[in-house]
Design a protein around this ligand. Structure first.
Ligand SMILES: CC(C)(O)[C@@H](O)C(=O)O
Ligand SMILES: [Mg+2]
Length: 614
């Protein structure tokens, strides 16, 4: 039977000092011996996805106390990609993931916590905490802050439309949209607290924790403002104590993160991701998390799943549905249920709340025949449509659920949007170790595309070229030296992709980069090109006017330049100073340079190269 880790600080005469301090922090004499549960809360007023989490930490802690644990809450940082976007702030976004993972490890190990509950939400927080959970491998439950409601606006001409953050970004550069309409869009794009309303990175990751089995059903889709989230937080608090007791009291290792997040579970999560057209960032984060779990799960494994799983849902930016619509259609268990019936899931998995996939879906899949009354009630949680930055500020209900598997928000395998999955890995001389495209967001007419390269060596230059109308129909914009090392920090290219869209080029151009994209990016946007330019990848050798050919169904990307010419260019580049951007004036802090010194490439999840630690 494993001893409570916290015994190190709660038992024995020599730990009188540690106990004295724990007492000073509110632990009662009779509580010593109960499991200490670290409550990693990512509350911050900077980020709408996290601004409502302060009371959530208290609710979770109270539930833990009631269930017989000792909650110890602490905070992590959280970067808002949407606010950091389009300027030097974005360099900090991806490195913040590893900082969060480390800070959770520091707090848990320094204080000998027995178990962990992760209150996450936005882009890097869920993956950072997931990395920590798999690194620490102590009983862990994830519970996120929930999605934002979709925006609704009435434009000057009376048109009523749904919208989100990306509309505010792209419409701002659309010369056909009036200042009055821009003001209306800005005012209404993000009406409530929560993670931005589409299938963007935050929501994608929070849905994936459900599929991996580390969070409760509904975690990824119950709206941040809805009263139904209170029960989710309370249940998460009870569950973490229950699994801690099973592990330390009954020697049950099946509740540990590495027992739950197995390769089979990662493949299921990837199948979900491909079916729902999740953010391309999920690939980076799953690769990073798999390495923490010491799992054999790489780009080839992702490629294999993407070749067999179809696209079952198209949520913004891939279509006109939002997270609130995914929820009404039965949430993540409904997508998993469709995949299960299609024979596309591994069945040898379990979760923090169910011992088998069959039990999990039987209870929670509203389309599966016998969902519990609790599940049916949960999926009725609807948007309040009132501006609010508070958790639990509304309790609207949908009158009916969307169970239309032919034309609704979530389709069956038989009625898939496309047999081609929502995400694909492409290989070729331009990306020998692979690159990523979100097929769900690409118009089918340009799944094969070929055009002349227009090369820029920074996101800023790309934005400038698009706004100065130097990019024309048919071009392939190449943005390089924006990888994990080269940026550093692998910026998201939401501004270039949104500006292409805003300038009417969304379906007319391709964009290839060694950087990455926001979950809000759509169009023929190909990222994570590996090896990156700063590591000597072929992307460093592209010249203006070279032809780049993209073939999504064939999973190929090629720079159509003879090998001898590329060799010649490589020799010249290496003789001329190596793999560095030309004329780029970028302030890079020491903290970021430290990240860059250790960063691996995107096909390895951009994690630190731990082989260098000796
Ligand atoms: C700001 C966004 C839309 O959240 C973006 O950061 C993403 O990656 O999805
Ligand atoms: Mg992001």
């Amino acid at each position: 039977m494993p001893e409570l880790r916290s015994r190190t600080v709660t038992h024995g005469r020599n730990m009188a000092g540690a106990r004295a301090l724990l007492r000073a922090a509110g632990v009662a004499r009779e509580d010593f011996g109960k499991p200490i549960i670290a409550v990693a809360n990512s509350f911050t007023e900077f980020v709408p996805g996290h601004t409502h989490l302060q009371p959530v930490g208290r609710i979770v802690s109270e539930a833990i106390k009631q269930a017989g644990g000792i909650p110890r809450e602490f905070n992590t940082i959280a970067v808002d990609d949407g606010i950091a976007m389009g300027h030097g702030g974005m360099l900090y976004s991806l490195p913040s993931r590893d900082l969060i993972a480390d800070s959770v490890e520091y707090m848990v190990n320094a204080h000998c916590a027995d178990a962990l509950i992760c209150i996450s939400n936005c882009d890097k927080i869920t993956p950072g905490m997931l990395m920590a959970a798999l690194r620490l491998n102590i009983p862990t439950v994830f519970v996120s802050g929930g999605p934002m409601e979709a925006g609704k606006a009435t434009l000057v001409d009376g048109t009523v439309r749904k919208l989100d953050l990306v509309d505010a970004i792209s419409q701002a550069v659309n010369e056909n949209v009036s200042d009055e309409d821009i003001a209306i869009i800005e005012e209404n794009a993000c009406p409530t607290c929560g993670s931005c309303s589409g299938m963007f990175t935050a929501n994608s990751m929070n849905c994936l924790t459900e599929a991996i089995g580390l969070s409760l059903p509904g975690n990824g889709s119950v709206l941040a403002t809805h009263t139904a989230r209170r029960a989710l937080y309370e249940q998460a608090g009870r569950t973490v104590v229950e699994i801690a007791n099973r592990h330390y009291g009954q020697d049950d290792h099946s509740v540990l993160p590495r027992s739950i997040a197995t390769r089979a579970a990662f493949e299921n999560a990837m199948a979900l991701d491909i079916a729902m057209g999740g953010s391309t960032n999920t690939i980076l984060h799953l690769l990073a998390a798999a390495q923490e779990a010491e799992l054999d799960f790489d780009m080839r494994a992702i490629d294999a799943v993407s070749r067999r799983v179809p696209c079952l849902s198209k949520v913004a930016p891939n279509g006109s549905y939002y997270m609130e619509d995914v929820h009404r259609a039965g949430g993540i268990p409904a997508i998993l249920g469709e995949l299960y019936r299609g024979g596309l899931l591994n069945e040898d998995v379990h979760t923090v709340h169910a011992d088998s996939l069959a039990e999990w879906l039987k209870t929670w899949d509203v389309r599966g025949g016998s969902p519990s009354a609790e599940a049916v009630e949960l999926w009725h949680a609807a948007p309040g449509c009132v501006r609010s930055a508070e958790a639990f500020s509304q309790s609207e209900r949908w009158e009916t659920l969307d169970t239309d598997a032919a034309k609704g928000c979530i389709r069956s395998v038989e009625h898939a949007y496309s047999v081609e999955g929502g995400l694909a890995v492409l290989y070729g001389n331009l990306a020998e170790d692979g690159c990523i495209v979100k097929t769900a967001g690409v118009d089918e007419s340009i799944w094969t595309f070929s055009g002349p390269a227009v090369v820029v060596e920074s996101q800023e230059d790309a934005v400038e070229a698009i706004l100065a109308k130097r990019i024309k129909e048919g071009d392939v914009v190449v943005i390089r030296y924006e990888g994990p090392k080269g940026g550093p920090g692998m910026q998201e290219m939401l501004y270039p992709t949104s500006f292409l869209k805003g300038r009417g080029l969304g379906k007319a151009c391709a964009l290839v980069t060694d950087g990455r994209f926001s979950g809000g990016t759509s169009g023929l946007s190909i990222g994570h090109a590996s090896p990156e330019a700063a590591s000597g990848g072929t992307i460093a050798l592209v010249e203006d006017g070279d032809t780049i050919a993209i073939d999504i169904p064939g999973r190929r990307i090629s720079l159509e330049v003879p090998a001898e010419v590329l060799d010649e260019r490589r020799r010249a580049l290496e003789a001329g100073g190596g793999y560095r951007p030309k004329n780029r004036d970028r302030q890079v802090s020491q903290a970021l340079r430290a990240y860059a010194a250790m960063a691996t490439s995107a096909d390895k999840g951009a994690v630190r190269d731990i082989s260098r630690l000796g």
